[in-house]
Design a protein around this ligand. Structure first.
Ligand code: NAD
Length: 419
């Protein structure tokens, strides 16, 4: 295991909770391990005839509460350590919102900006075949994550279907609508970020129209979060992506920025310009004097190096693991509130669950139905976490992890350890 890697961070969070709630040490020992880790190499014939080999992983952390669920990430920094951490967080995420799934994650170490679409398609199909022994509609159901999307899910679904000899809709979620996807799935994670933010503002009795927001990342999660918070009346003063950070204290034209990204190179904000908008350094976005900060890019963005400089009153974790435990301690000491990833970005997996249910039944809901049910789940989960944190005077992350770990532990106690 990598020293000080992200999996260490996930273990630290589990250990802290286990100690506080006096978790059965046997259950704790099991939960510190992932059930299954599969590492595969994927040879791909590139367009120029060369063969490149990409390493990928699929990790299942716990299936105690149901089939494992988790996204697939394509990124140059993917490692088994990272995938294990993300798989463990998926277990807690599914449990905290009380959906009948365990946690998994997948990743391929690849810089997609250097590949042509056909090469990415061949890589996706090869990776799918390599992990097919452990995925399946009743075992482990992948979904999109960083640099993967509905199109990628379509390729995975088709690959599995070709082997099966029939169309297998429930093998992945996050599919496009014409392929048995769910209405509202694409926006679900950002919608969940917005709903969590609204619940927090309600508790603080702050009007959204008096709320300023900065968002790191303008991909699926960041852009939808910014758009929906903007629609709720919040002023989005800064957003960033790999091309840099864009700032306007009077509020950014989010709709124009979304339209720009739809057709720009690599769908980034590179070259975006509008009246009143200036470019700032990516790191400066974290130091802005805003009410709400939404890190929605990658993990370990708020660390002990920049935590003291965070001025936002609340950090809503759109990304997975954007705040290190040390940074969270510093920010909590400074009176900041962190709405943890396993709650803040759970909207995606909740609607993935709805999609899986719809795929199994081949009976599809309209978007209002999806959004109404999503809201019900998020509002209830936020309330559970908030009330426990208030009652025991603990951080929201500790409350969320406690609820999740207790639910998973309970399932394990009922099932017993095989054989
Ligand atoms: P994405 O690939 O659609 O977007 C990632 C965004 O982050 C891009 O705009 C990219 O340019 C930007 N980015 C990357 N590095 C950056 C940097 N150093 N500074 C500023 N911006 C940077 O990915 P996504 O699906 O939006 O996922 C983002 C995060 O949310 C990840 O942590 C992911 O695990 C998490 N998440 C995603 C979902 C989902 O449904 N997609 C669900 C739950 C959690």
């Amino acid at each position: 295991m990598m020293k000080n890697g992200v999996f260490d961070m996930a273990l630290e969070q589990l250990d802290t909770t286990a100690k506080r709630i006096k978790l059965n040490p046997n259950i704790h020992r099991v939960l510190r391990h992932c059930e299954k880790e599969l590492t595969v190499s994927c040879p791909v014939v590139m367009n120029d005839g060369r063969i490149e080999v990409f390493e990928g992983h699929r990790v299942q952390h716990s299936s105690a509460r149901g089939p494992c669920k988790g996204g697939i990430r394509f990124h140059q920094d993917v490692s088994v350590d990272e995938v294990k951490a993300l798989a463990m967080w998926m277990t807690w995420k599914c449990a905290v919102v009380n959906i009948p799934f365990g946690g998994a994650k997948g990743g391929v170490q690849v810089d997609v900006t250097k590949l042509e679409k056909e090469e990415i398609r061949r890589l996706t199909r090869r990776f799918t075949v390599n992990i097919m022994p452990i995925i399946g509609p009743r075992h482990d159901i992948p979904a999109p994550d960083v640099n993967t999307n509905a199109e990628t899910m379509g390729w995975i679904m088709d690959t599995v279907s070709m082997y099966q000899g029939s169309t297998v809709l429930d093998i992945v979620t996050g599919k496009s609508l014409d392929l048995g996807g769910s209405a509202g799935r694409k926006e679900a994670t950002g919608r969940g970020v917005m709903l969590n933010t609204m619940e927090l503002l309600k508790r603080w009795q702050i009007d959204p129209s008096k709320t300023s927001v900065a968002v790191q990342g303008f991909g699926n999660v960041g852009s939808v979060s910014a758009d929906l918070l903007h629609k709720e009346g919040c002023r989005i003063v800064a957003v960033s992506d790999v091309s840099g950070a864009y700032y306007n204290p009077a509020g950014l034209p989010i709709r124009d920025m979304l339209e720009y990204c739809a057709t720009s190179k690599n769908n980034t904000l590179e070259g975006f310009d509008a009246a009143g908008v200036s470019k700032i350094k990516n790191a400066e976005l974290f130091e802005l004097d805003v009410d709400i900060l939404v890190p929605a890019a990658l993990e370990k963005q708020i660390t002990k190096e920049n935590a003291e400089k965070v001025k936002a009153r609340a950090i809503i974790e759109g990304a997975n693991g954007p705040t290190t435990p040390e940074a969270e301690r510093i920010m909590t000491k400074n009176g900041k509130v962190v709405v943890p990833d396993i709650l803040a970005n759970s909207g995606g997996v909740v609607v993935s669950y709805f999609e899986w249910v719809q795929s199994i039944q081949s009976f599809f809901w309209d978007e209002n139905e999806v959004n109404k049910n999503l809201k019900k789940v998020i509002v209830r989960a936020f309330e559970d976490v908030w009330n426990l944190a208030q009652r025991d005077k603990i951080m929201l992350r500790d409350a969320a992890t406690q609820i999740a770990v207790q639910r998973v532990a309970q399932a394990m106690e009922y099932r017993g350890i095989f054989p």
